[in-house]
Structure formats: structure tokens, C-alpha cells
Design a protein around this ligand. Sequence first.
Ligand SMILES: Cc1cc2nc3c(=O)[nH]c(=O)nc-3n(C[C@H](O)[C@H](O)[C@H](O)COP(=O)(O)OP(=O)(O)OC[C@H]3O[C@@H](n4cnc5c(N)ncnc54)[C@H](O)[C@@H]3O)c2cc1C
Length: 391
Amino acid sequence: MAAGLTNEQYLLISTVRRFIDNELRPLEDAVEKTGILPTADAKRIFERSRDLGFYAMNIAEHHGGGGLSALDWVLVEEQFGHTTDILIRRAFGNVYEILLSGTPEQHARWLTPSVKGERTFSVAFTEPGAGSDAASIKTTARRDGDGWVLSGQKTFISDAHYSDFFVVTAVTNSSAGARGISTFIIDKGLEGFTIGPDQLMMGLRGTTHAELFFDDVKLGAEALLGPEGGGLKLALQTLGRIRLAQICARAIGKATHVLDMTIEHARQRKQFGQSIGEFQMVQQMLADSAMEINSARLTLHDTARMIDKGNDVREEISMVKVQASETLGRVVDRAVQVFGGSGYAKDLSIERYYRDARICRIYDGTSEIHRSVIGQALLKGSPHLYDMVAQ
Ligand SMILES: Cc1cc2nc3c(=O)[nH]c(=O)nc-3n(C[C@H](O)[C@H](O)[C@H](O)COP(=O)(O)OP(=O)(O)OC[C@H]3O[C@@H](n4cnc5c(N)ncnc54)[C@H](O)[C@@H]3O)c2cc1C
């Protein structure tokens, strides 16, 4: 049980959990073995999810989405953590809220089809020379009449081969530093735009990651998303809620699922004539995992409630990102230990969870970057981050 949730929220959670158990979990092993989700399966789970009103739940109802509050959304995303991210992407959509900042024309061309599941997209900020330092990108967009010409390269772009378009950052004014970066929407298939081969990863089987190459790609004026020079600000403003949901909540969901499996194994597995759960050192691992998950979940829910009240919670989101992703790392590590050799073997899903978990401390801001956001806020004077009576 979590504190302060309504019956409707529990109903939402259990409906999503049932959908995942019945429709998605049976596909996990095949995706892991083959590296692909067959198109027919992807279509079926998308259609089932859409019919149940589950697709694009984070997007406001007047744009055709589910219109969930931040709290409801993280509750749902926590359940998503109980299966693989790629099945979630196909079933429930991955509509980044950055598109909401577009004009009505941009909404009609890119947002509405995404909310309906007719088009999918990725965000592309990282470059070979610019990861944590997102302001040091080299991709440029130069004015060309009413439009733009885009040149440069992105890397590690999730789901690249499945996406129909990309939200891309580029320098539009090289003398303005972070205020000289703008955001553009780039359709696949434009002349001069190519997508590189799959960059194979440690985990996350079932999708691809790729480099994007822009060789003087001509763009119309309508490709500029948000104000010129406002690209990094736009990203900061719109990616926080999605980070809380897609990374933090899912990490806590994954940790919960892995702990369920670990407890069951500790009950069933017998050594020295008794279940290994009888050994206090095993109990300690279970107890530590449960305590850490609970504590991360409370911080997650608290932060989501603050978003729903309209508070600026940038640093709080950084705190949850570090806490949730590092909790998951410790929980899956203990799980491998409790499972022993079978935790390391490919036959069980524990080793997959172990590999998949590792990325959570890296993408969408590394633990070090989020710690430095928190540390800088503390030094500037943000006692409310740790003292409940401070403003
Ligand atoms: C599977 C996967 C999917 C991804 N998907 C996407 C995507 O869809 N779109 C996208 O744009 N990007 C994506 N990325 C890129 C990802 O966001 C970056 O890898 C991440 O931001 C880190 O950047 P980097 O790899 O360049 O590491 P670097 O920035 O080079 O960092 C290397 C190390 O240095 C540390 N470091 C750097 N700066 C500091 C500092 N100031 N203080 C302390 N330590 C520091 C980092 O914490 C890290 O430990 C993805 C990456 C992976 C692996």
C-alpha cells in the first residue's frame, strides 16, 4: 500500500498491471531472444492499449491523450516498470511533452498523429562530443530564406529505426552560448538525413539506438519548435515530468518486480536443508531492498504531488532520479546474489533486469550531473530540499 491513494488510483494501477501481466509479459522472452518485437504483436498490443484508453496517457485530453495528473501518471509508469521498456513504448506510446510547445499547425502535423499512434518520434540531443554538456553541441541550423539548413550529427538515439520524426537540438547562434540553441522537428526521409546502423547495447533488446546524420538538410520555417534560441530552456521545462515518470517511476516498478521474484526464490530454494530465506544474511538483502524501494517511492509520489500543485521541482526530480536509479541498481545486484548461479544464467530474466537497470544511472542525465544540480542548489540556498520547515 502507498499512503494517500484513492480507490480510483488503485483501480487504475490494477487495470494497468493486469494488462501488462496478460498482454505484454508473455512476449518478453521472445523479444529478448530474437531482439525484435514482430510487427503483428506490436500492432496488437498498440490496438488493445488504445481501445482501453491507455495510449499517450500523459498528454492532455484536449489533445486526444489520457490527461493524467503527474501523480496518476507516475503510478501508471511504476506498473510499466514490471515489464520491458520496449513493450511499453509499443503498447502505450512515448509522446514527449516537448511537442505541446508547438503551434496549432505543428500540433496538427506532429502531435495529433503521435497521440493517435499513427506516428512515433524520438528526441535527439546527444552528439559524439556533447553528452552531459548538452550546450556544447556542434549541429547547426543556419537561416536559408524563410527556412533553415541543418548540418551535424547525433548519437545513441533511442528507437531511431522505429521513429517517423525526431526532435533535434541545433545551434542557431554560435555567439549566444546556451541561448543560441534551438529545437527542430525533422521528418525521416528528408534529403540529406540518414540514420546509421544499430549501436548495439548491453541491454534494452527489442529496439535500436543509432546515429543521425544531417548533411545540409533543408527545413521549412515550420520545423522550428518553440522560440529561436530557446531550445535548451524548452528541454529543461518539458523533460522533467517525463523523466520522473519514464525513468524514476519505471525504475521503482522494476525494483519492485525484481524484489517479488527474489523473495519467491528465497522461499523456494533450499540449501543446508532449509529455504535460503531462513538465513539472516539473505533476509538482510531482502529487507534492505524493501526499505530502499519504499523510501524512493515516497519521494517519487511526493514530487509528483508537488508538480500537480504547480511547484517548480527541478532539483527534487534530480533527487528522485538518483535515488530511484541507484535503488534499482542495488536491488537487482542483490537479486543476482540471492539467485546465485541462476541469477547470472541466461535462463532466467534476472540477468536481463541486471543489464537493463544499468542504463538508468546514465541516460537522461547521469547520477553525477543530477548530484551536481542538487549540490549547486544547496549551495545557492535551498534548505527546503532536506528541511521540511524551510521555505
Ligand atoms: C541506451 C542509451 C539510450 C540513449 N537514448 C538517447 C536519446 O534517445 N536521445 C539522446 O539525446 N540521447 C540519448 N542517449 C545519450 C545519453 O543521454 C548520454 O549517454 C548521457 O547523457 C551521458 O552522456 P555521455 O554518454 O556523453 O557521457 P559523458 O557526458 O561523456 O560523461 C562521462 C562521465 O563523466 C561524468 N561527467 C560528465 N560531466 C560531469 C560533471 N560536470 N561533473 C561530474 N561528472 C561529470 C558523467 O557523469 C559520466 O560518468 C542514450 C544513451 C544510451 C546509452
